[in-house]
Design a protein around this ligand. Sequence first.
Ligand code: FES
Ligand code: FES
Length: 160
Amino acid sequence: MIRSLSFTLNGKAASVKTDDGRMLLWVLRHDLGLTGAKYGCGEGHCGACTVLLDGAPVRACSVPVKDAAGKKIVTIEGLETRAGLHPVQDAFLRHHAFQCGYCTSGMILASAALLEKTPHPSKAEIKEHLEGHLCRCGAHPRILEAVADAAAGKGKGGVK
Ligand code: FES
Ligand code: FES
């Protein structure tokens, strides 16, 4: 059904008029011009499309936009604040935790959500949390190191 839907997007009010059954990923990328969330598998299996919905990581390729109505959406474009990069972003840079970057926004947002909920996770918890995120470039070991570093409060910002 075509209707107007409103939500908070990266801290600002936003609305779209669209088929409410369309997947959130297409609305973000095509209607709102936010291309940080990537299209990988399109079936909820790779994590490339991850965004935060009310603070929880979701796979935007598998979430109808109507389910985001009235909620807070954060994409990679909105993770940095006036204070600077999020500690996970900073750690990814320091550890060169990417190659092509296709998985990166999903990895960072999922990790930021983990640290919000569990500020000092164990290495096993980090690994388990990112289990469903695929990196075709083999950067996974550096990604895990980066998240552990951010959790340890090393680098810029530290975890609040
Ligand atoms: S594109 Fe959404 S999980 Fe792969
Ligand atoms: S850096 Fe290329 S898919 Fe992860």
